[in-house]
Design a protein. Structure first.
Length: 394
């Protein structure tokens, strides 16, 4: 039996998984998920592109790494694959929970994991009326949110959003009304409004990797990716923030394992990336100005990393582009300023290890360009190991 990799578009993560599989001597079977016909009839199924029939190859695959890009596509893909009798990383139950931030928060809450204060209002800000016109609900929604959270800074986010898109901060009621007015039911926010109290994190947040192989207990990687910057309250990498590989305190690792168990349930194998924030409040062990100055020193080196990342050649000659990326990253990481900021994050995390709030689980994390190089975790390895563990245990 072999391992499959399904995707619609090949990005560096998928190229990285293929390269890693090659290095490990693992045969990886490609399953396309875009211009193909998935056909079901009384005799069985077939999956064919215009020029190729993939059905036979797929027959021999027992585990599939689901790397379809969007949450929607990934969820459809896992449903199809599981119906065809395949094991999938991640399984549909995991994808289903991770699809929605609210669902994830509900599971965390049930599992006793601390999360940011969250209020969900199942009402849209404007609703069309039968006879034309619309009902405006911003005031009521704002009242409901503030009734719970008070007159504090509030974050509004789309339930199934990614890359920090439309995650917005309301410092006052007028901002809140404007932001609520801009919300619209959509594929990434089907119903209502998800609001959170602004967590008093410092200048960074964390992405923590937990993996579970069949027959083993879940494992939290000892390092995490810290995304850091002062530009915006959103510190995620998509917005161009810098990244640091940081050591995690043991207590945080065991909470992250609990998060994994809460989301992974009884599934044989899974891989998850949790987003977490340290509610450090005023516990700042260093001056903001000092850290900003260190960022400034690092900027040209991080710009060079971004420059290589943006290089068109990456897909044409992946392995030579990859070498360039690794070199640029190494230069960035070897700066004294990198070490200084990293130490501050590690110390702040250690001091506030009991003030960690988990708020999201990502089922298909990007990793090749940041997590691998900053935190030293090539997720392709645990992904492939998870798949192998299922084959071995079956
Ligand atoms: N309640 C909050 N308090 C403070 N900051 C927050 C809060 N929620 C989100 N953020 C910040 O906004 C960023 C984006 O939020 P979130 O992770 O919810 O959005 P996203 O669209 O899933 O982004 P990504 O796909 O990069 O994870 C987080 O990395 C964090 O820095
Ligand atoms: Mg997130």
């Amino acid at each position: 039996m072999s391992i499959g990799i399904l995707y619609d578009r090949s990005e560096t993560d998928e190229l990285g998984i293929r390269l890693t599989a090659e290095e490990l001597g693992i045969n990886l079977v490609y399953i396309p998920f875009r211009k193909v016909a998935i056909n079901l009839d009384e005799d069985g199924y077939s999956i064919k592109s215009k020029g190729k029939n993939y059905s036979k190859i797929i027959e021999d695959v027992s585990v599939v790494l689901n790397r379809a890009q969007s949450k929607n596509r990934r969820f459809v893909a896992v449903n199809v694959l599981e119906a065809l009798g395949k094991n999938v990383i991640n399984p549909s139950l995991v994808e289903y929970i991770c699809f929605s931030k609210l669902r994830t928060l509900l599971h965390f809450w049930k599992g006793g994991i601390r999360t940011p204060r969250t209020v969900y209002v199942p009402c849209d800000s404007h609703e069309p009326m039968a006879g034309g016109g619309e009902i405006r609900n911003e005031e009521t929604i704002a009242d409901l949110i503030q009734q719970e959270l008070g007159n504090v800074s509030i974050v509004i986010k789309p339930d199934a959003g990614t890359h920090g898109k439309n995650v917005r901060l309301a410092k006052e009621r007028t901002d809140l009304l404007t932001i609520l007015g801009d919300t619209e039911p959509s594929i990434i926010n089907p119903v209502g409004v998800l609001a959170q109290k602004l967590v008093q994190k410092w200048f960074y947040d964390l992405r923590i990797i937990v993996t579970k192989e069949s027959g083993n207990v879940p494992y939290c990687h000892p390092t995490a990716l810290a995304r850091a910057g002062f530009k915006d309250f959103r510190t995620n990498t998509f917005l161009g923030n810098m990244v640091f590989g940081v050591k995690l305190p043991i207590q945080i690792r065991s909470t992250a394992v609990k998060c994994g168990e809460t989301i992974g349930k009884d599934s044989k194998a899974w891989l998850l990336a949790f987003d977490a924030m340290i509610n450090a409040g005023e516990d700042k062990i260093s001056d903001d100005d000092y850290i900003k100055a260190e960022f400034k020193k690092l900027q040209p080196f991080f710009d060079e990393v971004k420059n290589v990342k943006g290089n068109e050649a990456k897909k044409r000659n992946f392995s030579s582009w990859n070498k360039k990326l690794e070199e640029a990253f190494q230069t960035y990481k070897s700066q004294e300023a990198y070490e200084n900021v990293k130490k501050i994050i590690e110390e702040n995390t250690e001091r506030n290890r009991h003030n960690i709030l988990f708020h999201e689980a990502n089922a298909c994390p990007e990793f090749w360009e940041q997590t691998r190089l900053a935190a030293g975790i090539n997720l392709a390895v645990p992904l492939l190991k998870c798949a192998q563990s299922i084959i071995e245990s079956d």
